[in-house]
Design a protein around this ligand. Structure first.
Ligand code: FAD
Length: 439
């Protein structure tokens, strides 16, 4: 009889196109679909409430998907290596399958797991094509470990061979084991979450994808930067937690339309940043390129920025959306980040930390390396560019609808005044904290 196999979920919380689950299933025996509430992430590093909430709902949907296949999610909490070894011993599993990931923490976890399992003569099987479309390093230029510039990477990414998406297993057999308890949304974190947070999970994510690919994507090339139109996919948290497979999403996107091509390009950016972080794990908190920038210390300015009270409505609207939804469109992230790092000259790490707390899609590769891109210490080929908040507002929120939506104090201002409220008399809205061209 074939021994059971453990499918260890990390940030691949789905049953479709999941190389880890498929490999465990194809081994031919029973499958233990396992998630460990990792004490190192959820307890010692104090998981932010938004992500904790999304994770809990995603695990619940994963359990429902697994039950429909005859299995269910087994949940443990504590030290990952120890808990996995215990479950493997309890069920007699010979092999544990896991997805490769890029952060220093996930690579350390993989190594600890391998060593712990080998003590019991069990094998760890690592699958490289789950978290990203192309595996980091797989397409590196000759003699180098990663691409440092996006455009050549994108050409390589577009031309690369891709695997076909995998179906969900037909039927799962679960060995006798106590499944443990699914966490409830409030169990995993303390502190207030954003009131208008999206619900996690594969079922919900696939519903959004269906709508997106049949309607939303059509105008994406034209409207993705239009702040009031809210015309992007909102798929980032589902991709971050792996409720959706990026490879399947690419496969299902028709790249011959303008919207499809523009969308694929953004998915390539995601892979790009992952391959940078895989090659340079230190870039999570250290400058990718040291430009010897002298950052300013200005606690009042940082406080105004985090609270959405800089006096620049386009910056403040983005920051208030972040707190309300745990999410912002890319254009708002660019404007808010540039304002902090370029206009206020505050260290990008301070902004990245604040985003990581609130963003439900907060992702070490995408967040830190986009911050570095904006700050000029990363992979931007024009590191000195500064996004002027007034020009950005005039261009990407021309009639002020986005600002009015998020800043009620300005809701009654006319289009021309809404981005420059200091020219009107507005109660309860702060004066600008710095001067900037175009005021
Ligand atoms: P869409 O426009 O619909 O794009 C589809 C997908 O492509 C996204 O879901 C995302 O997975 C990927 N993508 C799009 N733009 C980028 C990009 N610039 N870099 C990498 N991937 C991209 N994205 C995160 O997923 N997590 C983060 O923590 C994160 N932090 C950011 C911080 C800053 C300062 C900036 C400027 C950008 C950050 N981004 C981050 C990238 C981008 O803003 C978000 O992915 C995007 O806004 C998510 O919305 P969407 O799913 O509607 O995107």
């Amino acid at each position: 009889m074939t021994a059971p196999a453990v499918a260890l979920f990390t940030r691949d919380l789905r049953v479709r196109d999941n190389p880890v689950l498929t490999a465990a299933y194809r081994a031919g025996g029973a499958v233990v679909p396992l998630f460990v509430l990792d004490e190192a992430i959820l307890v010692r590093r104090a998981c932010p409430p938004n992500r904790a909430h999304f994770l809990a709902t995603a695990l619940s949907e994963l359990d429902t998907e697994l039950r429909a296949l005859g299995g269910r999610l087994v949940v443990r909490s504590g030290d990952v290596a120890e808990q996995v070894a215990r479950v493997a011993a309890e069920t007699g599993a010979a092999t544990v399958h896991i997805a490769a990931d890029v952060s220093a923490y996930s690579r350390g976890r993989e190594e600890r797991l391998r060593q712990r399992l080998s003590r019991d003569r069990r094998e760890l099987c690592v699958h490289r094509h789950s978290v990203t479309v192309l595996a980091p390093g797989e397409s590196a230029p000759a003699g180098r470990d990663h691409y440092a510039v996006f455009t050549p990477y994108f050409h390589r990414w577009t031309a690369a061979q891709r695997r076909a998406p995998l179906r969900a297993p037909r039927r799962l057999e679960l060995p006798a084991i106590d499944p443990g308890a699914l966490p409830r949304p409030g169990d995993l974190a303390v502190g207030d979450r954003s009131p208008d947070l999206s619900v996690g999970g594969e079922t919900t994510g696939r519903r959004i994808v269906r709508d997106w690919l049949s309607h939303g994507i059509t105008e994406y090339a034209r409207d993705s930067d239009d702040l009031a139109a809210d015309a992007t996919s909102h798929l980032s948290p589902y991709l971050h937690f792996g409720c959706l497979s990026p490879a399947e999403l690419v496969h299902r996107t028709n790249g011959s339309t303008a919207g499809g091509a523009a969308f694929l390009r953004q998915l390539a950016w995601r892979d790009f940043h992952h391959q940078v972080l895989a090659a340079r794990p230190r870039a999570a908190w250290h400058d990718y390129r040291d430009r010897e920038i002298r950052w300013r210390t200005d606690e009042q300015a940082v406080q105004a920025w985090t609270q959405g009270r800089t006096g620049f409505p386009i910056v403040d609207a983005g920051m208030r959306q972040l707190h309300a939804q745990g999410w912002m469109p890319n254009r708002a992230r660019l404007i808010a980040a540039s304002f902090l790092a370029k206009s206020l000259r505050v260290d990008w790490r301070i902004g990245a930390r604040h985003f990581r707390y609130w963003l439900v899609d907060a992702d070490l590769a995408n967040n830190q390396l986009n911050w570095q891109w904006v700050a000029g210490t990363g992979n931007d080929t024009r590191p000195n560019r500064v996004l002027n908040p007034l020009r950005q507002a005039d261009r990407y929120d021309p009639d002020g609808s986005y600002v009015r939506r998020w800043i009620p104090e300005l809701a009654d201002l006319e289009s021309l005044a809404v981005h420059r409220p200091w020219r009107s008399t507005v109660a309860h809205y702060p004066a600008p904290i710095i001067e900037c061209p175009g005021m």
